[in-house]
Write a protein that binds this ligand. Structure first.
Ligand SMILES: [Zn+2]
Length: 109
């Protein structure tokens, strides 16, 4: 059970930091999606930076995580300052990616 949880946390962080995950721009690059636009706001490219730092869909979650005015290059320093900040970002990333998965299944992706 603990191993599965650690693996899941690792997958979330991989997607958060590398952008290799459920982002239409990445999925287009690897041939698994036709459109790179964001399904929530139709921005041209849905990548990790857009999803976690710009898309209006996640504004409330971003605000609750305390990163609504944070730039992507500041996030790592923020996370390693305090365990609670690490947890907030992890919870935020998990919530966003989980909801994206649910919405995509509902839309038939
Ligand atoms: Zn968007």
């Amino acid at each position: 059970m603990a191993r599965q949880m650690l693996r899941r946390i690792g997958l979330l962080h991989d997607q958060f930091f590398t952008g290799h995950g459920n982002f239409n721009l990445y999925l287009c690059k690897i041939g698994r999606r036709q459109e790179s636009t964001c399904m929530y706001c139709n921005q041209e490219d849905d990548d990790a930076e857009h999803t976690f730092f710009a898309c209006h869909k996640w504004a409330l979650l971003r605000s609750n995580a305390g990163i609504d005015n944070m730039r992507p290059d500041e996030i790592t320093d923020y996370m390693i300052q305090r365990p609670i900040q690490w947890k907030k970002i992890s919870d935020y990333a998990r919530s966003v990616l989980t909801q994206k998965d649910i919405d995509e299944r509902l839309l038939g992706y």
